[in-house]
Write a protein that binds this ligand. Structure first.
Ligand code: 2HG
Ligand code: ZN
Length: 466
């Protein structure tokens, strides 16, 4: 089938409004937001329904055109960007943006894949319920991508990764079969829990078109504290203390390095509200019950007495809470404005974080002298964004390998929450065992034998044969 006939078969499924073929109109879909992976899609296809998604997948399969599913395009690893062959389509879920139901008693929300995460959270909040997946890009990220990447964020410590919030999904398989698993059940042990395969598989096994997510009661009280600490060791000791004193109310515990705060001061025009230090902790406790502020103040007083805290502030108002969080939320943007960076989304066993930070810093300075670090992340989850700011003279690949080799030695993961996308395909091959990689290839070839879905993401192109 020639391109004209193929495109007209797509148009007959999604209509004129659902098909973009002009380069200027496709520009926003053709590249990841970090602008690392510029692509050239043959078309951008924007279906309105799951049945249309299924029909598009069938048409692509018949024409031998591969598909790159995309929702908010906020991913960190280039997983939603097409290649530059001109032989792929971007399948954008953005027009599938209906919130189907919010059930405040059953504590569920059913949404289509193109619903923006913040919009889903707002719909839950309007019914007094909480959708706990939270991260800086939630105003653009869409639920389909959030699930396909098993996104993490700031509340994992308390609520777990996105996976733990997913009760059911609807998915279009590589051959165009539509599978409806939109059950709202808390308990469901009937056979294989197949949805887990699609969660976090970055659109390489199927296309998630809708989901039922678990909600929780909306916390009505929140306390946020920003604390300067001497070292990651001190931050870990503070986390231990917070777990003991605040326990299940602790919803976020973020570690931020002094240079990260320097970046947001320089590039986002924000001001650090307490004395400058090498490290900071931003923590939050939430509850449906009152009394948290007192507990946070007591925690902070104790931290000063134990010499764990150097300086600190507990937010006095909603506005101050927002200011404290904006320091954290602006790090990524500020890093992007500062120039080129090599990102690492690593996790190691929690208690190994201080040793890892010290060793990785030393190893990098030995291997690639002069690099600057932008280290921040979700200490409560053992997950750091160990990002390295590089200049032209630095070998980005060497930076990458130096950090990841250490991660492997610590029994960690080279992708804690961002996924593999295309950014980390080679590093996954280097850091997982032959047996694990063979198992991954078996899964890929069982569900997508022709490699029509997001080829070259997660696993190398052409590497799906077991
Ligand atoms: C965050 O924690 C995100 O803010 C982005 O995961 C991390 O920019 C990054 O490397
Ligand atoms: Zn993160």
């Amino acid at each position: 089938m020639n391109d004209v006939a193929f495109l007209s078969s797509l148009r007959s499924v999604v209509g004129d409004a659902g098909l973009l073929t002009v380069e200027a109109e496709m520009a926003g879909y053709a590249i990841d937001w970090r602008k690392l992976f510029p692509g050239k899609p043959l078309a951008v296809v924007r279906p309105k329904t799951s049945l249309e998604v299924a029909a598009v997948v069938k048409a692509c399969r018949a024409a031998g055109v591969t598909i790159v599913p995309q929702s908010g395009n906020t991913g960190m690893a280039g997983g939603a960007a097409p290649d530059d062959s001109g032989r792929q389509i971007v399948l954008s879920l953005s027009r599938m943006n209906t919130i189907r139901t919010v059930d405040p008693v059953g504590l569920t929300i059913e949404v289509e894949a193109g619903v923006v995460l913040a919009v889903a959270k707002q719909a839950a909040a309007e019914k007094g319920r909480f959708l706990p997946v939270s991260f800086a890009a939630e105003g653009s990220a869409m639920v389909g991508g959030v699930i396909s990447t098993n996104a993490g964020g700031i509340n994992v410590l308390r609520y777990g990764m996105t996976r733990t919030m997913v009760l059911g999904i609807e998915v279009v398989l590589a051959d165009g079969t539509l599978v409806n698993g939109l059950r709202r059940l808390r308990k469901d042990n009937a056979g294989y829990d197949w949805k887990q395969l699609f969660i976090g598989s970055e659109g390489t096994l199927g296309i998630i078109t809708a989901a039922v997510l678990r909600l929780t009661p909306q916390p009505r009280h929140a306390t946020t504290a920003f604390v300067a600490v001497e070292s990651p060791e001190a931050a870990l000791a503070l986390l231990d203390k917070a777990q003991t004193e605040i326990g299940e109310a602790l919803s976020a515990f973020e570690l931020i390095s002094g240079p990260s705060i320097g970046l947001v001061e320089q590039f986002a025009g924000l001001k650090c509200p307490i004395a400058h230090a090498d490290w900071f902790v931003l923590m939050e406790a939430t509850s449906t019950l009152p009394g948290l502020k007192h507990a946070a103040q007591t925690l902070l007083e104790g931290a000063f007495e134990d010499c764990l805290a150097l300086d600190g502030v507990v937010a006095e108002s909603e506005a101050q809470t927002r200011q404290l969080w904006s320091l954290r939320e602006n790090i990524t943007e500020s890093e992007a404005r500062s120039g080129k960076s090599v990102k690492h989304d690593i996790s190691v066993p929690l208690t190994a974080i201080p040793a890892f930070v010290a060793e990785a810093d030393a190893a990098l300075q030995a291997a690639t002298p002069g690099v600057k670090l932008n280290v921040f992340g979700h200490l409560g989850d053992g997950n750091l964004h160990f990002n390295v700011l590089v200049s032209a003279e630095h070998d980005a690949g060497l930076v990458n390998r130096t950090v990841h080799d250490l991660v492997a030695r610590y029994g960690g993961s080279i992708s804690a929450e961002h996924g593999i996308g295309q950014y980390r395909v080679n590093e996954l091959q280097r850091t997982r065992s032959a047996e694990e990689l063979a198992l991954m290839r078996q899964i890929k070839s069982a569900l997508d034998p022709e490699s029509g879905l997001n080829p070259g993401k997660v696993l190398p192109k052409g590497g799906s044969a077991a």
